[in-house]
Design a protein around this ligand. Sequence first.
Ligand code: ATP
Ligand code: MG
Length: 433
Amino acid sequence: MSKEKLTGVKGMNDLLPDQSGLWQWVESRVAEVFHQYGYREIRTPIVEPTALFVRGIGEVTDIVEKEMYTFIDSLNGEQLTLRPENTAAVVRSVIEHNLLYDGPKRLWYTGPMFRHERPQRGRYRQFHQFGIEALGLSGPDIDAEQLLMIARLWQALGLTGENAPRLEINSLGQKEERLAHRAALIAHFEKHASALDEDAKRRLHSNPLRILDSKNPAMRPVVESAPLLKDFLGEASQAHFNAVLAILDAHKINTTINPRLVRGLDYYNLTVFEWITDKLGAQGTVCGGGRYDTLIEQMGGKPAPACGFAIGVERLVELIKELAQPQIETGLHAYIVHWGEGSVGPALAVAEQCRGLGLAVQVHFGEGGLKSQMKKADQSGAKFAVLMGDDERIQGVATIKSLRVESGQQTVAMAEVGSVIAGNSPGALGAAQ
Ligand code: ATP
Ligand code: MG
């Protein structure tokens, strides 16, 4: 057998225990805020038929052209893809289970997504998203409310003032408006064909709008002088956009209209937006979303409007680590330190007694004298150490020592340890908690 060291897949990261507390903290804040707005969780599989994403996301997109993990199921020959995003899958599920039969649905999800990109800071091959989809509502009120929800989320995560990502917004109008704009765009880019890079040339006739999304600095002049979609918007699209902006204004959400903002997926119309930070280097888009009124029909469902967004969890956590630095506790109430012949039995009994009261308790196992056990107790993040040595055991007591404030110490009957730590007993330690 080879002794070669095994490593994980490039661009796919382990979440180690010293980080998982922060992730859990973020996940619970996010779930709380989504709940506050009436959204309910949906969980769909990580693997879907490839056709779902090709149809849902659009053939001429970065994701479908070059980022999907697609494979043949060797057992039955089905072509499958690891989900690169989750809107298409949520829409599939909503149609399959006829979830819109009794009216609109507000849904949220979280989980890993997979894209075969070049790994770098803020860009991974397995990454995670929080996402929202409101289905069956035509807005603009729901579009705006989603943006208020995101603004509230930054607050709840401690990203306030300068530290909050900023909102950029645009309207992509409706299909006919985009077609008129598209014709003007093609004419413009054809006129400047020599200034286009390879990607742009390839997309000139298949998806010229995406050329505006180019990250190539050499393309900037030709992109900046291109005709703007906003000059092609009709009255209804303009009114929808203005209504969204008015609600944002009423709630004092700082908003920048970016007429060049297009999203990387084909399914968007009307409102599109991104929340961007300058504090993470090149990968500064923390959240992106918008309206996708034709996707449900395109996927075979009864026509229904929809609006949603996705937040990149890795980028969000990175931002919180840099700027908000929340104090994350392990949540451990006690660490049981014990020594002497036969000390494990009573230690376990006290631990179980505590757990029966809902406390989180770790028992020391293995070697270690009092001093090294106390060090472990401290590192565990527990609030209290429970000391059970030979003397204590003979007397049927244990010493509870506060690890987080000075001078809190109390010796109590073994049978009382749990209730004293839980604060049910008016012992001297009550003040130490
Ligand atoms: P980008 O322009 O950065 O490639 P995108 O438009 O492809 O982003 P979306 O499909 O809109 O991204 O996904 C929403 C969010 O998910 C992004 O704003 C980002 O925060 C996060 N995200 C997307 N791709 C990755 C990735 N490969 N690694 C980490 N996070 C990602
Ligand atoms: Mg991308």
